[in-house]
Design a protein around this ligand. Structure first.
Ligand code: ARG
Length: 682
């Protein structure tokens, strides 16, 4: 315990020093006089380079400590990289991109000491330009510019050659060469690829190493008594897949439904329930259509002063915990909750409710905290808080003039609870792009009040654009109403059955199989259509497009996967125990298309590392689509089995079937993250 404490102290000290150095660098930068001949400028520049170097050493030290304390990774991202650590990897897949970045960053630090700490720029080479290698290091050009600033003139080609000389041998690299203006082409090593693919078959598809965090994902979060609209559908789909992704990467994930279950509208709902169904304390009231019930109560609230007063009174009673109001509120919430749960069950979503009401007492506490820090200001009867000391932007309303709390108040209480009580160090809000100012203000205000520390905590707004109909306008029914989610899912089921019938699948499949595929296709295509677009943009909801069996769609991928699985199933030999087969057979990558497929599969960890940074899941969809198309190329060019004229199998190519199985394993893992349910037949 005490050694752990010491480790933590050291880490914190290192972090503090890094922060100080960063500030010094910033100051140095700000003090720069733009005239390049200025002596002061040159001095600052050299100072700056030195500081950057020290900073990188510190950052590397921190990273090494972190890895050590979280169970250890196999590849070091530090300058102390030793190639001997790589070949022993069994449990993690390596991100080739990350590995090459480490190797070249190291080589740059040795070749150009003045520029140590400069991270190498590595980019993948398009699969059909493989004569230029598989990856490229493009750092020489920018290094030439940096050296020039230090008064050293060197051509990028010479620089590339010098870097190349310093690259430590790596089991991943077969060959390096300098090309063109100063690119270093990297050719991957086949024996490494074979080993990595055998690992997949032997012990499943393991994620690459990353520092583990406790992540709280706030997603779905519809509002009681109001429509769960397509925006909430996006949040639900993206949120569920984000959680699955993070869990797969090994993080500790808390899935939270920040239900809108508190606030003024409950006063009118309760008052209306009392009038329409006074027996509600002993009998279940008929409010199955909560939406209609909400509309009625709203009408009364707007038209009838006496009702309005009573509604306000009920809010106060509810918030002070009065028995009957609480009972009525519970009944109303239950009706909604059941509806939401039906959607979650259909889409296979797991989420824990912690709605706004959960924070009632914590809202009182957070106000006390803000008051004690003198962060609240009176403004026309309201208590407001400026997210930044400079008072720029929009203030948060913490207490309304009638004493009530707001969306800002519950989010302030929630962020505090999540960090201080749940001990989350990564907060993710899967909420529409329209709320980005609100969320930014919440992190800033939390930082200002000492709750959120950006050096320790990470916060991401996983935002998404609006859903449009095929006419390019906001998604609505023909009559102009908003679309009910359950009806949308029903429509998906209907359409997917129609497409299956068009292909006469109902003639070859049993009823049960047909039903399973119908659901897999319907829900799969709705999820995939959402996830395969860059979430930041709006997207057009079109059943016709999402049900197409060509292009980057769920249907195409489900077909591709089923076909891949059927190869091993129909080869006439038992491929169910891969471990046993691997004892005598191995993957060989002789044919050009086999090699191409292998390299495509081994990009999986690169994709996962990228998503860890930007949380953009469409890259995973693009990866699946790549795998499926490259697989087709392989399958069209390479026989897995050979048959004689009578159709009898005369030769089984074990290596290729193993490659099919590795492809299936990688796709299966992606499908799980994307919420697609693979089917045996389609
Ligand atoms: N209920 C909100 C809405 O429908 C979304 C809540 C998002 N989460 C949060 N912590 N503000 O817009």
């Amino acid at each position: 315990m005490s050694s752990l404490k010491r480790e933590i102290d050291r880490l914190q000290a290192l972090e503090r020093m890094t922060a100080e150095l960063r500030t010094q660098i910033e100051n140095a930068k700000n003090g720069v006089i733009v005239d390049n001949d200025d002596e002061e400028y040159k001095k600052l520049l050299i100072e700056n380079t030195k500081l950057k170097h020290r900073l990188s050493i510190l950052e590397n030290a921190i990273e090494t400590e972190r890895k050590a304390s979280s169970g250890g990774g196999n590849i070091s991202t530090t300058t102390s990289f030793t190639p001997a650590t790589v070949p022993t990897i069994v449990n993690e897949m390596i991100s080739i991109h990350q590995h090459l970045t480490d190797v070249f960053t190291n080589a740059i630090a040795i070749a150009f000491e003045q520029l140590a700490g400069t991270t190498a720029i590595i980019s993948p080479v398009a699969a059909n330009a493989s004569k230029f290698g598989d990856y490229q290091c493009n750092s020489a050009m920018s290094i030439a510019k940096s050296l020039k600033l230090l008064g050293i003139n060197k051509s990028p080609r010479d620089i590339a050659n010098e870097i190349l000389k310093q690259v430590q041998p790596s089991p991943l690299i077969a060959k390096l060469e300098v090309a063109g203006a100063g690119f270093i082409n990297v050719f991957l090593e086949k024996t490494y690829a074979v080993r990595a693919l055998n690992n997949i078959l032997n012990s499943s598809v393991k994620p690459p190493h990353c520092t583990k965090r406790r992540v709280l994902v706030d997603f779905s979060s519809p509002n009681i008594a109001k429509e769960m609209h397509v925006g909430h559908l996006r949040s639900t789909i993206i949120g569920e897949s984000t959680c699955r992704f993070l869990e797969y990467m090994g993080h500790d994930v808390l899935r939270v439904n920040h239900l809108g279950d508190w606030g003024t509208q409950f006063g009118m709902l309760i008052a209306h329930l009392e009038d329409r169904f006074p027996k509600f304390t002993t009998e279940s009231p008929p409010i199955s259509d909560l939406q209609a019930f909400y509309k009625e109560s709203k009408k009364r609230f707007d038209e009838n002063e006496e009702f309005k007063k009573r509604a306000y009174d009920r809010v106060v009673k509810l918030q002070s915990g009065e028995k009957n109001s609480t009972k009525a509120w519970n009944l109303i919430c239950d009706v909604s909750r059941k509806e939401f749960q039906k959607i979650y069950d259909r889409l296979d979503v797991k989420i824990t409710e912690k709605g706004e009401s959960f924070y009632q007492s914590r809202m009182l506490d957070v106000i006390k905290l803000l008051e004690s820090k003198n962060l609240l200001e009176m403004d026309e009867g309201r208590k407001i808080m400026w997210p930044e000391e400079s008072k720029s932007g929009i203030p948060l309303t913490i207490v309304k003039s009638d004493g009530g709390f707001t969306y800002d108040t519950s989010d302030m209480a929630a962020i505090r609870y999540r960090i201080e009580e749940e001990k989350a160090d990564w907060l993710i809000y899967v909420v529409d792009a329209g709320q980005s100012t609100h969320l930014k203000n919440i992190y800033l205000a939390a930082e200002r009040s000492g709750i959120f520390n950006p050096k320790i905590h990470r916060a991401d707004h996983v935002q998404f654009g609006v859903v449009l109909g095929e006419d390019g306008k906001k998604f609505k029914t023909r009559s102009g109403d908003s679309v009910k989610l359950s009806e949308l899912l029903d429509e998906g089921l209907k359409r997917s059955l129609e497409t299956l019938k068009e292909k006469n699948r109902d003639k070859t499949l049993t009823e049960e199989e047909l039903h399973e595929i119908q659901e897999s296709v319907a829900y799969g295509c709705i999820k995939y259509a959402d996830l395969s677009h860059n979430r930041i943009n709006e997207y057009v909801f079109s059943f016709d497009k999402m049900l197409e069996d060509r292009g980057n769609t769920a249907v195409y991928l489900l077909y591709a996967y089923t076909r891949i699985c059927s190869i091993a199933r129909n080869c006439g030999e038992d491929f169910s125990d891969l471990k046993k087969i691997l004892k005598s057979k191995s993957i060989e990558l002789e044919h050009e298309k086999e090699w191409k497929l292998a390299k495509t599969l081994l990009k999986f960890p690169d994709v996962l590392i990228k998503i860890s940074g930007d949380l953009l899941l469409h890259s995973l969809c693009e990866f699946c689509y790549d795998v499926a198309t490259v697989f087709s190329e392989f399958y069209d060019n390479c026989y897995c089995i050979e048959k004689d004229k009578s159709g009898k199998i005369i030769k089984v190519n074990h290596s290729r079937i193993l490659l099919c199985e590795a492809t299936a394993a990688v796709l299966r893992q992606c499908f799980y993250i994307l919420g697609l349910k693979p089917v045996q037949k389609i």
